[in-house]
Every structure is written in C-alpha cells, then in structure tokens.
Design a protein around this ligand. Structure first.
Ligand SMILES: [Zn+2]
Ligand SMILES: [Zn+2]
Length: 115
C-alpha cells in the first residue's frame, strides 16, 4: 500500500522524488532510489581514481582519432573522424569505448526510462 513518498532529494534539481512507496520501504526510498544510493556508496570509494583514469583514457582515444586512426562508435560502427564530437560511452562493468552522439543520447534516454 502506497502511503508516503520517497525521501530522496535529487542533488542537482533539489527536488524530492515523487514516487509513492510503502511504509516499510527500505531507507524510506523507492526501489529506484534504493538502487541509486547503493550504487553511490559503492562508487564513492574509487570515484576519484575512476574519473582520473577515465579522462586519461578519453585523451588517449582523442589522440588516436586526431591521428586519423580508424575509430568507430562501438554501438553502430559509425566512423569517428578528427574534429567529430564523440562521447566516451559508459558500458556497465566493461571498459568505456568511443560512441557517436546519437547512440550516447539514445542510451541516456533508455537509462532514464528504465526503473
Ligand atoms: Zn525515489
Ligand atoms: Zn553510434
């Protein structure tokens, strides 16, 4: 029985989550935000190391693209050429790889809809 709302406050928008939850929901959060909190706790520890490595890795790819090496979006195989905008695609549990903006946007939209 839904009796109150999730107590999660979005750190970016400062708005609380409107999802209704049952009285005994763990942490007073909807399942979606219980997962968010779990993921954050898990990540905080090596986020610093991770972002530094991620950036270094992205720079390595950028150099390869600038040199004109054949680099493709790992999703749709669109070639990424020097001067193109590209994203460093996040792959759950796998090394990040370059991806084209349309694929990156599509993935982001899917993530938001997945609950
Ligand atoms: Zn929530
Ligand atoms: Zn693509």
């Amino acid at each position: 029985m839904a009796s109150r709302v999730c107590n999660f406050i979005d750190p970016h928008t400062k708005r609380s989550c409107p999802n209704l939850i049952s009285k005994d929901a763990r942490g007073g959060k909807c399942p979606e935000h219980q997962a968010v909190i779990r993921a954050e706790r898990w990540q905080t520890h090596d986020r610093h190391v991770y972002t530094a490595e991620h950036r270094a890795e992205r720079r390595r790819w950028q150099r390869r693209i600038d040199r004109g090496e054949p680099v493709h979006c790992w999703r749709c195989k669109t070639p990424i050429r020097p001067g193109d905008t590209w994203h460093f695609g996040h792959r759950d549990g796998l090394p990040s790889l370059p991806e084209c903006p349309p694929c990156n946007t599509r993935d982001g939209a899917q993530r938001r809809h997945r609950t």
